[in-house]
Design a protein around this ligand. Sequence first.
Ligand SMILES: Nc1nc2c(c(=O)[nH]1)N[C@H]1C(S)=C(S)[C@@H](COP(=O)(O)OP(=O)(O)OC[C@H]3O[C@@H](n4cnc5c(=O)[nH]c(N)nc54)[C@H](O)[C@@H]3O)O[C@H]1N2
Ligand SMILES: Nc1nc2c(c(=O)[nH]1)N[C@H]1C(S)=C(S)[C@@H](COP(=O)(O)OP(=O)(O)OC[C@H]3O[C@@H](n4cnc5c(=O)[nH]c(N)nc54)[C@H](O)[C@@H]3O)O[C@H]1N2
Ligand code: SF4
Ligand SMILES: [Mo]
Length: 806
Amino acid sequence: MSKLSFLNVETTRRQLLEYSGKVGAGAALLSSLTTLPFSKSVLAKEVAADQESIFKHSACLVNCGSRCALRVRVENDRITQVEPEIPANEDVFGQHQIRPCLRGRSNKFRVYNPDRLKYPMKRVGKRGEGKFKRISWDEATKYIADEIVRIREKYGNESIFYQYATGAYYHTQGRPAWQRLLNLAGGYLQYFNSYSTAQITTATPYTYGLYEGSMFSQVAHSDLVVLFGLNVSETRMSGGGEVEELRRALEKSHARVIVIDPRFTDSAVVEHAEWLPIRPTSDAALVAGLVHTMIKEELLDEKQIDQYAVGFSRASLPSSAKQNASYKDYVMGTGDDGIEKTADWAADITGIPATRITQLAREIATAKAAYICQGWGPQRHGNGEQTARAIQILPIIANQFGRLGTNNGNWPEGVNYKVPYLPTGTNPVQVKIPVYTWTDAIAHPEIITPQTHHLQGAEKLSSGIKMIFNQAGNVLANQHGELNRTRKILEDDTLCETIVVIDNHMTATAKFADILLPETTYLEASDLVGNSYATGSHQYMISMENTITPLWECRSTYDVCVDIARHLGLEKAFTEGRTQAQWVELNYEQVRKERPHLPDFSEVKGTGVVEQFLSPMAEVPVMAEFYDDPKAHPLTTPSGKVEIYSAALQTLQDTWTLPKGDRISAIPEFLTVPDTPWDKKLNKKYPLQLSGFHTKGHAHSTYASVGVLKEAVPNQVWINPIDARERGIANNDMVKVFNDRGTVMIEAKVTHRILPGVAAMPEGAWSVVKNGIDIGGCINSITSHRITPLAKGNPQHTNLVEIKRA
Ligand SMILES: Nc1nc2c(c(=O)[nH]1)N[C@H]1C(S)=C(S)[C@@H](COP(=O)(O)OP(=O)(O)OC[C@H]3O[C@@H](n4cnc5c(=O)[nH]c(N)nc54)[C@H](O)[C@@H]3O)O[C@H]1N2
Ligand SMILES: Nc1nc2c(c(=O)[nH]1)N[C@H]1C(S)=C(S)[C@@H](COP(=O)(O)OP(=O)(O)OC[C@H]3O[C@@H](n4cnc5c(=O)[nH]c(N)nc54)[C@H](O)[C@@H]3O)O[C@H]1N2
Ligand code: SF4
Ligand SMILES: [Mo]
């Protein structure tokens, strides 16, 4: 059966995707089934109850993957309180209150933070010193326009870089406005990949094509849930997001949950999970050990695997492969390395007892429906591509995919309501660098080639990066790896000549600006936004309006870009005669064309959540059609099957130039990489593995300067009591965490929630450097800028360190 039956509608998963993507006729039909009523009565009641205050409606636009609506109480143009959109006891949306987390609720403190940028400023000291003088908006915008002209004349548009930055997902200001402006001005150097998912998004097409997964709603039909480094209780905290979807599904199925993570995470606590502590970077070894047990105990069906996959058995290898290059050969010790990947072998590497590995293999293979998934922590490592692919093939080998209650090893998918953005136009420059290589694109552009760095669109860079636009990002001096090196490159203003930073706060990155512009915060901005990329099946649209008059001289970057466009003679082309408010309305009308039942814009403007519904895609497991009939519904891989052995990867290994020791493997075998315990020499000097994680205390560095959050969730390095005792470290002691790249000073959290030999530090703390030591506790003062073999991505979780009492 290739059709899937949902709500008596014969439809395919792909069609459903298209429906919800296009917000088209299908969605209108489906929303009539699932749309929850939009209520004005509640809002009216509130205002009547309290004449002193008014309520305005905004949203948290940070990059946590969710997008929470915020109801903001305002008195005399001053924010007094930030609340969930609808009081919890009046959950008019019935199924899902888009309840903000502690960060969203703390927005008042971000708006009135003493660190706020108030005026446009120009650097006066040395680059990075943080000395600025106040200038007028006209001076600032003229300067930027002149610099665009100067740089493009001297070096060409390819030398202008629009930096990776995720602090504010505006639709009509911010990123789309800058990109529209730069495209009109001749274009800019592009990047591919992200800091979030470089390894997994690059590796996935080689395994099974599209990057997608079953939504958490499937867990309602599962009896076993296995989370590899997926911590939604911290990373997807919205009441309208995935943590809520998982909770509701578990309430139905009561499935057993197993969390595989170096830390006993909040998710493990909340979901009453069993915790299997694992050494960072070793998941591919665990998978090999699991498959070994499955083969030995005849828990898998080789014929069936061959029906769906290439390269598990010798028989299914492509003709280009060596005879013993199959995954089974690798596991059984008949491959080139000659090592049998027994449970004991895997135990030695992962730290998980062999008996537990054997048991887990049986549990996965015999579960009625196992939902296997992975977060992005496991792939943010030096061998992240291997880890991602290994976890992806586990459900295929164990026959736990394509059926109700199963997944394909990925993070569950999210669907978007698809609110349009300010159109950015097309970029005349089609050269792209992997995002993690931007420091080299400044300091050593000559080394970046297609064969070494997967440079796209050119054989080499013409002159490297000479001008950076950094809007709502803290990558320059906080979120990139090896900050001591990064800062040196940025300090030299003969390399990158001009840096424009647009932010709300005096961040580490802001201090490296030549021109520093203050933008409105979310609560001072007006826009129309959709749910973000990780709210699971929950789709919605929010109309937000500035809750107070923007403070000081903070402005929308739409208006700022108009001014710059005017200086460049591009105003008309930029605005097309529209103000930002008119673009917002146009965007709404575009949505309404597809969803004619929506009210007139005047009725919804600034009212918060306009519409919300649950996607019917939640009902359909990923790869269901392929499972039903792999011939009729092939995957988008070269063979149309899951590629456990990828001939394309073997070709890259044969043709790319890789640093000594690096390898791209055709099968997802466990590969050791530098900065891990298998790097024996370095491990002697630095005995602890240090992994980062995304904390509920902040979203990267955004919200990290909010005092109440810092008190509630302090930035601390987690260390096991065994390691702490050896070092005379007590809970809450200040410690130095260091390696050859730098030193970070931070408080210790001595806890059994981390496995011995491993330490963990939240990423995103504000970097403050004194006498060469990062006293702000920013992990990136000790992370590496080394790129991974296939994705050329960021191994920021892969570090060896020593820890001492400060
Ligand atoms: N509160 C909050 N939420 C966020 C963010 C935030 O900063 N704060 N950031 C958002 C963004 S942009 C992104 S990309 C996502 C990031 O989401 P993720 O990348 O999934 O988050 P991490 O915390 O890096 O990793 C998830 C878990 O993987 C574990 N882990 C690390 N290494 C390994 C390993 O080798 N194997 C295994 N099995 N587990 C490992 C970590 O201990 C952690 O508990 O989160 C988003 N949500
Ligand atoms: N070691 C380590 N490093 C990491 C990671 C890791 O796991 N470990 N994770 C990586 C990942 S997944 C990501 S996505 C990146 C994220 O890195 P970034 O995208 O740089 O995210 P933030 O650090 O939150 O920086 C966002 C900035 O936007 C600003 N901002 C907020 N609102 C507004 C606004 O309305 N207007 C303007 N103009 N500015 C605003 C904030 O003040 C902040 O300075 O970090 C990466 N770095
Ligand atoms: S940080 Fe994420 S979960 Fe928290 S309020 Fe903002 S959007 Fe919602
Ligand atoms: Mo991210």
